[in-house]
Design a protein around this ligand. Structure first.
Ligand code: F6P
Length: 351
C-alpha cells in the first residue's frame, strides 16, 4: 500500500552520461520533500523494469551524489519493445509497484522507448541526457558539457605533442549520428580539420588543407574526427551497407589516417578518446541543467502532466510532448553559426 500521495519509478537507460546523478537527486529531492511522493529506484534501465528489480529510495540514497559521475541506479541498453513478452512484464511491474508515473532518463533511444511506454497507456516523463547532444526537442542535453571539456582537454594535449614532433595527430571523438561533440571540441581546441557525420568529407580536400598549412609554415596539424564520420562516397550508402562496409574495419579516425597515407607522405598518429569522454564528475553546467530538468519533472508529476520530455529552450525549462519529438535526431544544421566561424578561423571540414 502506498503511504504517500504519489509513487513513481525512476530509471536511467542507454549509455551513461555525467549529470545522471544530479538529475536523480533533483527529481527525488523535489518529489519527496516538496510533493510528498514515494520513489522506486529501478535498477539497470529497462532491464530492471522488465525483471522487477527496484527498491524504495530513501533521502540518504540521493543525497551527496550531485558531484558524482555515472548513475547510482545502473544502466543498460535493454530494448523491451522488440519483445511483446518483455512489454507485458514491464507493464506488470509498473502496476505491481502501483506507480503513478515512470521517469526515464536517457538519450535518443530512451526518448523513443518512453514514447512507447506512453503509447501503452502508462504515465511517463523523459529527461534528455547524452554526451552526443543529439536529443531532438531540447537545446541541450546534460552530459554534453562535461564530455566537451574532456574532449577539448584531449585536443589541447594532442596539439603540444603534434607541434613537438611535427606530426598530424588525429583524435576520434564520440558521436555516431551527430557531430556536436567533435565540432565543439574541435573548435574549442583549435583543430585544423574537423570531420563530422553531417558533412561528408573529401580526403583530397583534407590533404590540400594540410599541404597549405605546411606551405605557410605550420609543420603540424590536428584533426578531429567524429565516430560517425563519412566520406563523400560513403554518404550515398544506406545504414545497412555502411555497417557491412565497416565490419571488421578500424574506426573512423584510423580510416582517415589510412586514406591520408594513400594520398601522400603524411606522418599521422591516431588517438581514440572512447569512454574517457563519458566518465568522471559532471561539470557545473551539467549539474545545473540536470537539477533544473529534474525539479521540473517532479513539478510536472505533482500536476499530473504526463507524456512529456522536460527540455531546455533558451533559458527556460519546458515540457515538450513526447509524441512530437520521439524518433528524431538533432543533427548539426548546415547553417549552424559555429561552422561558419570555424571556417573563418582556418578550420576545414573537408567539404
Ligand atoms: O550515445 C552515447 C555514446 O557514447 C555514443 O557517442 C557512442 O557512439 C555510444 O554511446 C557508444 O555506445 P556503447 O556504450 O554501447 O559502447
Amino acid at each position: 500500500m502506498k503511504s504517500k500521495t504519489k509513487r513513481f519509478g525512476i530509471l536511467t537507460a542507454g549509455g551513461d552520461a555525467p549529470g545522471l546523478n544530479p538529475a536523480i537527486r533533483g527529481i527525488c529531492k523535489a518529489a519527496h520533500f516538496e510533493y510528498d511522493m514515494e520513489i522506486i529506484g529501478i535498477h539497470d534501465g529497462f532491464a530492471g523494469l522488465v525483471e522487477g528489480r527496484g527498491d524504495l529510495l530513501r533521502p540518504s540514497d540521493y543525497s551527496g551524489i550531485i558531484h558524482k559521475g555515472g548513475t547510482i541506479l545502473g544502466t543498460s541498453r535493454e530494448r523491451p519493445f522488440k519483445d511483446p513478452e518483455k512489454v507485458k512484464q514491464l507493464i506488470y511491474h509498473y502496476n505491481k509497484w502501483e506507480l503513478d508515473c515512470l521517469v526515464c532518463l536517457g538519450g535518443n533511444g530512451t526518448q523513443k522507448r518512453a514514447n512507447y511506454v506512453r503509447k501503452e497507456g502508462l504515465n511517463v516523463i523523459y529527461l534528455p541526457k547524452t554526451i552526443d547532444n543529439d536529443v531532438y526537442g531540447t537545446d541541450m542535453s546534460f552530459g554534453f558539457h562535461t564530455a566537451l571539456d574532456a574532449a577539448t582537454d584531449a585536443v589541447d594535449r594532442l596539439h603540444t605533442t603534434a607541434a613537438s614532433h611535427k606530426r598530424i595527430l588525429i583524435a576520434e571523438i564520440m558521436g555516431n549520428s551527430a557531430g556536436w561533440l567533435a565540432l565543439y571540441s574541435g573548435i574549442a581546441g583549435g583543430a585544423d580539420v574537423i570531420v563530422i557525420p553531417e558533412i561528408p568529407y573529401d580526403i583530397n580536400k583534407i590533404g590540400e588543407h594540410l599541404d597549405e598549412r605546411m606551405k605557410n609554415g605550420s609543420k603540424f596539424s590536428v584533426i578531429v574526427v567524429a565516430e560517425g564520420a563519412k566520406s563523400v562516397e560513403e554518404a550515398d550508402l544506406s545504414r545497412k551497407e555502411l555497417k557491412k562496409k565497416y565490419e571488421g574495419q578500424p574506426s573512423a579516425a584510423f580510416r582517415v589516417a589510412s586514406e591520408l597515407k594513400a594520398l601522400g607522405d603524411y606522418d599521422t598518429r591516431v588517438s581514440v578518446l572512447g569512454y574517457i569522454q563519458r566518465g568522471g564528475a559532471p561539470v557545473a553546467y551539467d549539474r545545473m541543467l540536470a537539477t533544473q530538468l529534474g525539479t521540473k519533472a517532479a513539478e510536472l508529476m505533482a500536476k499530473g502532466d504526463y507524456g512529456n520530455m522536460v527540455a531546455l529552450k533558451g533559458m527556460d525549462i519546458v515540457a515538450v510532448p513526447l509524441e512530437k519529438v520521439a524518433g528524431k535526431t538533432k543533427e548539426v544544421p548546415h547553417n549552424h553559426i559555429a561552422l561558419k566561424s570555424a571556417k573563418l578561423a582556418g578550420t576545414t571540414f573537408g567539404d
